[in-house]
Design a protein around this ligand. Sequence first.
Ligand code: PEP
Ligand code: MN
Length: 337
Amino acid sequence: MVIVMNKNATPAQIEHVVAALIDKNFDVHRSTGVSRTVIGAIGDKHAFDEREFLVLDGVSEVVRITEPYKLASRTFQQEDTVIEISGVKIGGDEVIVMAGPCAVESTEQIQAIASAVKSSGAKILRGGAFKPRTSPYSFQGLGEEGLKIMRKAADDHALLVVSEIMDQSQVELMVGYCDILQVGARNMQNFDLLKSLGKINTPILLKRGMSATIEETLMSAEYIMAGGNYQVIICERGIRTFEKYTRNTMDISSIPVIQKLSHLPIIADPSHGTGIRNKVAPMARAAVAAGAHGLQIEVHNDPDHAASDGAQSLYPEQFAQLMTECRLIAGAINKSM
Ligand code: PEP
Ligand code: MN
């Protein structure tokens, strides 16, 4: 449930409500709402009568959150969440672009790509150091060495770093190198991993599972938030359907649907969403038009020889062109890029 305090509620009244909630075994979460204090209380839905809280001094309203996800819901927080990382704001009116190779392969590769994507306007460098591959014989990533060379390339070009974490044992290592930790589609319901990410302060990019419903995706965000880490960005990356002409089916409609249900930022990954280079730009443009807060795009300086996902990686010139087009679309819906 959500307890909305009066605009002029005193700190003592707020503390009293918090104490009453803790006394009834609720988990208490304060929303970052601007105009008044909103207290989120998560607990057993049958074991209380909300009037107990409605009568407390300073309380204006008590609202039950009917969705199974609580902290991630718009009922809990009406205003959009904006996640700020070293001056880059994700979730506001600027469309933020994360770009880079599927996998970090070498210093030369990542430096060349970092330079190209930065000059086209990307703010965040993407690249996997730990790769979740369908085959155990495929390139598995450079591990810590990959993180090191990506961090250096990002710092050299004033970019942030997003990279995928595959296991909770990697948390300590990865927070030392990354500004955002990505949870891949295959790990969206790795609940132990999600719980461990709830305990850190690093923002999380949570990719929709390839067979996950929107509700399941928001429940995974809830796992992270329930642990105390509210900095979750959702990523639509396509879902598996009966269609075979694309690698996945890019669910553009999930963008406005999630924006209605949740205050969390939502970005789109049309690279994995389509799996085919010449389909990436149309879907990227569509995602910006649909209101995505950002894009994640695979870009490679030599896609024909990429260690992974070359067929869906853009050439730097294609990426530059795409950025120009998306900027026009963003402007048409009163956003910047
Ligand atoms: C990736 O970003 O390279 C990746 C493996 O993405 P996903 O988890 O969406 O398949
Ligand atoms: Mn990839």
